[in-house]
Design a protein around this ligand. Structure first.
Ligand SMILES: [Zn+2]
Length: 234
C-alpha cells in the first residue's frame, strides 16, 4: 500500500506573504487524520491528531478548529505508525540524531510521533495578521513563545530530505500538543523525559498547490530568498 504524505501549499509560498487560506480543514481531513499546519495570515499553529484539528493561537490558547477554518499550508497523512522504541533523557538535538539513526531514511519523507513526558517544552505560535500580508520573516517576528516544564503530550514531527528545502523545511518540523491542551505550538526546543516513539515512512509525496488563488498564480518568486528565509523563520 502506498504511504502518502499530502502537502497543501509550500513553505516557499509563505515567504513573500502568500498567507491566504486556500484549503479548508474539512477538505484537508479527507487526506489524512494526522498533521501540522498554520491558519490563514499565519493564524497560530495547527496540529491534527486522530482526525481532530487543534489550533494553538498567538496567545497560546488551544481550541479545536471548525471544518471551515482555512490554511495556506499543511501536511497531513493517514496514520499507520510502527512502534519503534522508547527514548529517555534526551535533548532535542540528541532526539533528532537518534531518530535519524533509527529510521535510516534521510532521502525520503517520514513522520515521527512521540507520546511522552517532557522535562521542558519550548514552543512558538505565530500571531494572525490581516491583508495586505507582510513577508514570512516579518510576520514571524510577531510570534509569541511559550515554555512548559514537566508536561505530558504528543510531539508530531515530519522529516523532509534536504532536496525539498523550500517546498518544506529540510530536517524535522515538529508541533506539540499537551495532553491536557494547556499548551502547544511549533516546537523550538525540548528535553524529553521519556517517550514512546512511533515512525511512519512515506514513499509518496503528494504536493497540492492553490491554483484557484490569483495571487499565488501571478506571483514572481524569482526575487524571493526562499531557502534562507525559511531557515530564519522556521
Ligand atoms: Zn511549524
Amino acid at each position: 500500500m502506498k504511504q502518502v504524505l499530502f502537502q497543501h501549499g509550500t513553505l516557499a509560498l509563505l515567504v513573500p506573504g502568500l498567507l491566504a487560506g486556500t484549503m479548508s480543514i474539512g477538505e484537508l481531513l479527507q487526506h489524512g487524520d494526522t498533521g501540522i499546519g498554520t491558519g490563514a495570515g499565519l493564524d497560530g499553529e495547527l496540529i491534527i491528531l486522530e482526525g481532530n484539528a487543534y489550533q494553538i493561537n498567538g496567545q497560546g490558547q488551544v481550541r479545536q478548529v471548525p471544518a471551515d477554518f482555512t490554511v495556506p499550508f499543511a501536511d497531513v497523512h493517514q496514520a499507520a505508525y510502527q512502534d519503534v522504541t522508547t527514548l529517555a533523557q534526551l535533548s532535542q538535538t540528541q532526539t533528532y540524531q537518534r531518530l535519524e539513526q533509527l529510521v535510516k531514511a534521510p532521502n525520503t519523507f517520514y513522520s515521527v510521533k512521540i507520546n511522552g513526558s517532557f522535562q521542558m517544552m519550548h514552543t512558538r505560535a505565530a500571531v494572525k495578521s490581516t491583508p495586505p500580508y507582510k513577508t514570512l520573516v516579518a510576520t514571524a517576528q510577531q510570534q509569541q513563545e511559550f515554555t512548559a516544564h514537566n508536561v505530558t503530550g504528543t510531539l508530531l514531527s515530519y522529516y523532509s530530505p534536504q532536496l525539498f528545502h523550500g517546498a518544506a523545511v529540510a530536517g524535522f518540523h515538529s508541533h506539540f500538543l499537551a495532553a491536557d491542551h494547556s499548551m502547544g505550538g511549533h516546537v523550538l526546543d525540548f528535553v524529553l523525559t521519556k517517550g514512546q516513539v512511533q515512525v511512519q515512512v512515506f514513499d509518496t509525496f503528494e504536493q497540492h498547490l492553490p491554483i484557484a488563488d490569483h495571487d499565488f498564480m501571478q506571483h514572481d518568486f524569482s526575487h524571493d530568498n526562499i531557502g534562507a528565509d525559511i531557515t530564519t523563520a522556521e
